[in-house]
Design a protein around this ligand. Sequence first.
Ligand code: URA
Length: 191
Amino acid sequence: MQRVTPTARKKLYQFYNKWKACTSCNLHENKRNYVFWRGELPCRFLFIGEAPGEVEDLRGYPFVGPSGDYLQSIIDEAELREYAITNVVCCCPLKDLMSRKIRQPDKTEIEACSDRLIHFIQVSQPNHIFLVGKVAQSTRKTLHKSNPEVRLHDWHHPAYLLRQSDEKREVEFSKMVAHLEYLKQMEEENY
Ligand code: URA
C-alpha cells in the first residue's frame, strides 16, 4: 500500500514533474515504465536496490518480482512500518531488445540516475538507508555526501540470497530480521 502524507504528496508531485519523462541516460528508450518507488512517504527506512527487473518494468513498482517477495518477507517478519523502496536506476537495463534479458546498470547509467535518487531521498526523508546489493553499495560515497546524517547499512541482495543453500538463506534471513527489529526499536525509543 502507498501511504503518503499531504506534505510528502506535494514533494512527490514536484518529484514526478521533474523525472516523469527523464532522458538522462539511454535506459529510458527501452523501458516499459519508469519505476520510482513503493511504500510510505515520508519513511524512516528506505531500501535501495539495483534496478527494475522484468516484473517491475511491467508493473511500474520496485521489488515486486521474486527478489521483491523475498525482501518483503523479511520486512513483514520484522513487522516494519514506515518504509519505502526504490532502486539505483529507475529504468530496466536490458542486455538486448530481442530477449529483453536484464543486465546490471553500468557506471554511466548509475551516475545519470543519481540526481533522481538523491531527490527521492529528499522526498522520503529516511533515517536509515539499506543498500541492497553491490550495485546499491557502489553509491555509498555519493549518498553519504548528499545525506551525511542518514545511516547507511549494507545488505545482501535478495537475488544473491535466493541462489544460496536453504541453511545459509535461513541464517541470513534471521540476521536481517533481527537487524530491522533492532533499528525499529531504536527508532521507537527516540520518538
Ligand atoms: N527488483 C528491483 O526492483 N530491484 C532489484 O534490485 C531487483 C529486483
